[in-house]
Design a protein around this ligand. Structure first.
Ligand code: FMN
Length: 303
């Protein structure tokens, strides 16, 4: 029997739910050296800001048990390069839906970036990141308060008619009011979760491992935490969720979908194994067969 892995994400049909997560897939085009990018459900591009950013001082990565800490600090060439060069380059290679991941340091900056992404024909979905823990006076500050999150969602909604997802932080005690505030402002979906703030110390040097002192924790150990957030948001909202956090297998994609995710982003797994996404996609039909699933969409939010 042919197993149907396709999903409808806010009106866009993805051939499968597997999406490389922003920041873990280079800028995008360089990954075509490994495999056909047309195999992916969608691609979340590297986080972009209005102006180019150099990012944080090094070291920016610390390996940990069960994952890693990063403090890249949104290094990127700016929105005009994303819309004028990166997105057209990927579109020339494949028709996979492209997700622009947008960060800002003010509500207006988010709005201007969303307007530019809206005008870019190669961008299909806009994901507004209000959850980056590695920049000061921006990012996560907007994602930890329902009113601030609503202000960004409102401005982004004004800027674009394209499917709009807001990417939220796990660094909150209750995700429901924040997710609902975004939904109330007209967001078409929620992405959950970004990294969890953390720290490591080099005990020989008696200094933090990361030059930024703290970073965002990601990887396999994040999976149960992410699953809980996805399930809570899916139970409280009526818009689709892109689940993200610690996913590295077809079984975990299915578990995330049972928790309520319509699509599933794969992040740190790409850093360990550049073939992580196609390997998961290849494994999906046999896991579906084992579990008696004909159509992947049937299991979304069944738990
Ligand atoms: C090196 C690195 C860079 C990242 N850059 C971004 C970014 O630019 N924008 C964003 O929204 N999330 C960024 N993230 C967060 C991931 O997209 C994802 O939400 C997080 O890593 C959890 O998923 P994972 O456990 O599968 O990695 C980054 C993560 C890593 C490890």
């Amino acid at each position: 029997m042919v197993r149907d892995t396709s999903v409808n994400l806010a009106g866009i049909r993805l051939k499968n739910p597997v999406v490389p997560a922003s920041g873990t897939f280079g800028l995008g085009p360089e990954m075509a050296a490994y495999y056909d990018l047309g195999r992916l459900g969608a691609i979340a591009l590297k986080g972009t800001t209005l102006e180019p950013r150099f990012g944080n001082p090094t070291p920016r990565i610390a390996e940990c048990t069960g994952g890693l800490l990063n403090a890249v600090g949104l290094q990127n060439p700016g929105i005009d390069v994303l819309t004028g060069e990166t997105a057209p380059k990927i579109r020339a290679l494949c028709d996979t839906p492209l997700i622009a991941n947008i960060s800002g340091f003010s509500v207006e900056e988010y709005g201007i970036c969303c307007e530019k992404a809206d005008r870019c024909p190669e961008i299909d979905i806009i994901e507004v990141n209000i959850s980056c823990p590695n920049v000061h006076n921006g990012g996560m500050a907007f994602g930890t308060d329902p009113e601030a999150a609503a202000a960004v969602a409102r401005r982004a909604r004004k800027a674009t008619g394209k499917p709009l997802f807001i990417k939220l932080s796990p660094n909150v005690s209750d995700i429901v009011p924040i997710a609902r505030a975004c939904e109330d402002e007209g967001a078409d979906g929620i992405t959950l979760i970004n990294t969890l703030p953390g720290m490591r110390i080099d005990i020989r040097r008696r200094k933090p491992v990361l030059a930024n002192r703290t970073g965002g924790f990601s990887g396999p150990a994040l999976f149960p935490v992410a699953l809980r957030f996805v399930n809570q948001a899916a139970s409280a909202c009526h818009i689709p969720i892109m689940g993200c956090g610690g996913v590295s297998s077809a079984e975990e994609v299915i578990e995330m979908m049972m928790a309520g995710a319509t699509a599933v982003q794969v992040g740190s797994a790409n850093l360990k194994n550049p073939f992580a996404c196609p390997e998961i996609i290849d494994a999906l039909p046999s896991v579906m067969e084992e579990l008696g699933i004909e159509k992947l969409e049937d299991i979304i939010g069944i738990v």
